[in-house]
Design a protein around this ligand. Structure first.
Ligand code: CP
Length: 362
């Protein structure tokens, strides 16, 4: 009889040698690293800062952050102690796979210690304690807080009393700034020349975003961070079936910053073969539950992508992103999730004043 819990020795060998989809290796981070000249001064605005919005930093600061992330990604074994002696509070009051675990992985990889809270009912909040009072206590216990909360206001309520940096890891419907940083880091690794302000128009890329900026914090934060680098994008097409007046006002604010946003409604089929990047998301959190949007948009191996297009998705995915794309060249969503660890390593290093331990020139 076959023992399912204990596979035979030859099966275990197969497990060890099984090939995984390439998550784009280290050539891309190395290329980005070579493209951006190190300038540690531009990382100073990150020191001891709260990370609240995707558009709060300059292009120069973000590029240096991406450079440090690329340095970590290109040399994953080289830096193991920059956060030694530092403590992180990881407070997630809404479900998360990637954000919580990648922040915690980032902190661990750099040698720091973590206190993790995944249920607010295990803290004084269950007894009516305010977030401001909880924040006051965190000042005594840690050097940095990462907070995800179902309520948009929670971030500001906790920030009120904090003297250590807080990172917004998703606040209700509002924003998810470090996801947007990781998304743009992925795009710049894929095409490092996009960082150039003087990029000729015919070398800019066309991106299609399937999602609803009003209702999805990932999409709103993505557009905000794109608007810091408008010269990288010839067009930003928005595909959804939810366009409304509020949406138009938000879109205009991005256009005012130079981003060529085109509301393309449901006409994805018309544009897909000209898109260099296709970004898709279908889920929006609404308090303690989630809504699904754009059920008519599905990406799979039959989608007529441009030859060298890439597909991004913040994940978790639903039926909008078929698993039959996982083993294709279009799959950059796994690289996007992997790169987020290194992006967060870079951000955390700067927030807690440890960049001096990892930069070549300080
Ligand atoms: N991308 C993202 O925010 O995923 P999680 O909800 O799993 O953290």
């Amino acid at each position: 009889m076959v023992n399912k819990e204990h596979p035979k020795v030859e099966d275990q060998a197969h497990i060890r040698t099984r090939e995984k989809p390439d998550v784009q290796g280290d050539a891309h981070p190395k290329q980005l690293l070579r493209t951006i000249i190190e300038d540690g001064d531009n990382l100073l605005p990150l020191e001891h800062q709260h990370i609240l919005h995707a558009d709060q930093f300059s292009a120069e600061t973000l590029l240096q952050l991406f450079r440090l992330a690329a340095k970590y990604e290109a040399n994953p074994e080289r830096f193991s102690t920059p956060l030694q002696g530092k403590i992180l509070v990881s407070a997630f009051y809404e479900p998360s796979t990637r954000t919580r675990l990648s922040f915690e992985s980032a902190w661990h990889r750099l040698g720091g210690d973590i206190m993790s809270i995944t249920d607010r009912s295990t803290t004084g909040i269950a007894k009516g304690e305010s977030l401001a009072d909880v924040g006051e206590m965190f000042n005594n216990y840690a050097d940095c807080v990462v907070l995800r909360d179902t309520r948009q206001e929670s971030l500001m309520e906790m920030r009120e009393s904090l003297r250590i940096p807080i990172i917004n890891a998703g606040n209700g419907l509002d924003e998810h700034p470090t996801q947007a940083m990781a998304d743009l880091y992925t795009i710049f690794k894929w095409r490092p020349e996009l960082i150039k302000k003087s990029l000729p128009k015919d070398e800019r890329v066309s991106i299609g975003i399937i999602g609803v900026p009003d209702k999805m914090r990932t999409v709103r934060s993505l557009l905000k961070i794109f608007s810091i680098f408008p010269h990288a994008f010839s067009h930003v097409y928005l595909f959804n079936e939810e366009a409304d007046e509020a949406n138009e006002e938000l879109i205009q604010s991005f256009r005012d910053r130079g981003l060529n946003v085109v509301q393309a409604g449901s006409k994805f089929d018309k544009h897909v073969s000209n898109l260099d990047v296709v970004y898709i998301n279908a889920i929006a959190w609404t308090g303690d539950d989630f809504e699904t949007f754009g059920t008519n948009f599905v990406l799979n191996k039959d989608t007529p992508f441009k030859e060298d297009a890439i597909v991004l998705h913040p994940l978790a995915r639903g039926h909008e992103l078929s698993t039959d794309l996982d083993d294709t060249r279009f799959n950059w969503y796994f690289a996007q999730a992997r790169g987020a660890v290194f992006l967060r390593m870079a951000l955390l290093t700067c927030l807690v004043h440890r960049k001096g331990r990892v930069l070549d020139v300080v």
